[in-house]
Design a protein around this ligand. Structure first.
Ligand code: HEM
Length: 376
């Protein structure tokens, strides 16, 4: 079977940046066209294409979802994100130092555990023991190709997650009103819409950021010089709100080399850039991120390229997508992952333990990534 990445890469090589794939579908890899088409209001997401996809479960219909997206913004201002970082550090500090050291960890499991705890706490305004295992189960059952039997179990898992999220929304109404439910309820959305929105945020923030962190840890384990310098930065600045440019650059560079969301789909609602209405558009952050026309040494892990004044060319860096359906949590995700990474580096040396297999399925992930940890 052809690897899905090979198929896309060879199609891209045969075209000129906007490549016809047949049956009304185009692959867009030219950075400028990527920027124009993805940012266009006419490039819409088909949320019903794959009913089991986690983000297909946003509030009923795109209009409500876009209103929810606007209403969520107060939670993601710079001031609010910075204010949330001590809690992120506390969550990470409660988990990461417990990793066996010296010892070998399954990085996939551990990063999901810490990231999910951080995300749940951030969105709910308080910790939850119930939700992370429910999210994990639902996402595993959703998988890339659910069988009919799995679909039945998936529907049960989806109902269980929905009920647990709704309970969390009700708790927030009774409790201190510190999280996303309070922000949304305060703007007049009903309990069902808030439950669906929170559920979409929790599911989207479960595997994707954990995969990004796993890739960052893998790259640091194979680049001991960068690891040493990033640890020195993290150790010199223990305050969770401190600026950590190298640690942040490590996350950015890991997202460049290994964007977990490695392909994006959109449908054109109206003609654009010479393409007809109804065209299916495929974009690949992975291919754009490794384009030798826009990146120097594209296959190399070079966090220091992210200096303060570095701006990637338009359309050449899109780990969070672009345009109206860009990731709503890109800023908090980057800030939180930087804090979690710094927490790891302060307590553990990362040493390779076998080589992971890169997968290109729903996500671009490092399968069977294990690391040997040594105490700092
Ligand atoms: C490094 C971390 C993350 C990366 C790389 C990332 C990447 C992305 C990308 C590429 C999309 C667009 C997907 C598409 O259109 O098919 C997306 C959408 C989304 N992300 Fe993220 N994400 C991250 C973290 C998060 C977190 C922490 C949350 C929640 C707190 C979140 C919530 C969402 C939601 C709800 C959407 C759907 C937006 C919409 O359809 O309007 N993401 N993300």
């Amino acid at each position: 079977m052809t690897d899905p990445l090979d198929a896309l890469a060879s199609a891209a090589r045969s075209g000129d940046g906007v490549t016809r794939l047949g049956r009304g579908a185009w692959l867009v890899t030219d950075p400028a066209e990527t920027e124009r088409l993805l940012a266009s209001r006419d490039a819409v997401t088909g949320r019903t294409d794959r009913p089991t996809a986690p983000t297909s479960w946003g509030p009923d219909g795109p209009a409500t979802w876009m209103a929810v997206r606007r209403a969520m913004r107060p939670l993601f201002t710079t001031a609010r994100i910075t204010a949330s970082l001590p809690v992120v550090a506390e969550q990470a500090g409660g988990i990461v130092p417990g990793w066996p050291s010296p010892g070998v960890v399954d990085v996939g499991d551990e990063t999901v555990r810490v990231v999910s705890a951080v995300n749940t706490r951030h969105l709910l305004g308080g910790p939850s023991r119930v939700l992370p295992p429910l999210l994990e189960r639902e996402l595993l059952l959703a998988g890339p190709r659910p069988t009919p039997f799995r679909r039945h179990r998936l529907r049960r898992a989806q109902r269980a997650t929905y009920d647990a999220v709704r309970d969390a929304v009700r708790d927030d109404v009774r409790g201190p009103r510190a999280g996303l439910p309070a922000v949304l309820l305060g703007q007049g959305f009903d309990e069902h819409a808030v439950t669906l929105a929170l559920r979409a945020m929790l599911l989207s923030g479960h595997h994707v950021p954990a995969t990004a962190l796993a890739w960052a840890l893998h790259e640091l384990s194979t680049h001991p010089d960068v690891q040493r310098d990033a640890r020195a930065e993290a150790t010199a600045h223990p305050d969770p709100t401190a600026d950590l440019p190298l640690c942040r650059a490590v996350i950015r560079e890991a997202l460049r080399l290994h964007p977990p969301v490695w392909r994006l789909r959109r449908r054109l609602a109206a003609p654009a850039r010479g393409l007809p209405a109804g065209a299916d558009l495929l974009f690949s952050p992975y291919l754009n991120h490794r384009d030798p026309g826009t990146w120097s040494e594209p296959a190399e892990f070079r966090p220091r390229r992210w200096s303060a004044d570095f701006r990637p060319a338009p359309g050449s860096y899109l780990p969070f997508a672009l345009g109206p359906r860009t990731c709503p949590a890109s800023h908090p995700a980057l800030a939180q992952l930087t804090v979690v990474l710094a927490t790891v580096l302060r307590t553990h040396h990362l040493v390779p333990h076998g080589s992971p297999t890169p997968t290109f399925d729903v996500l671009h992930a490092p399968r069977r990534l294990r690391l040997r940890l040594l105490p700092v």
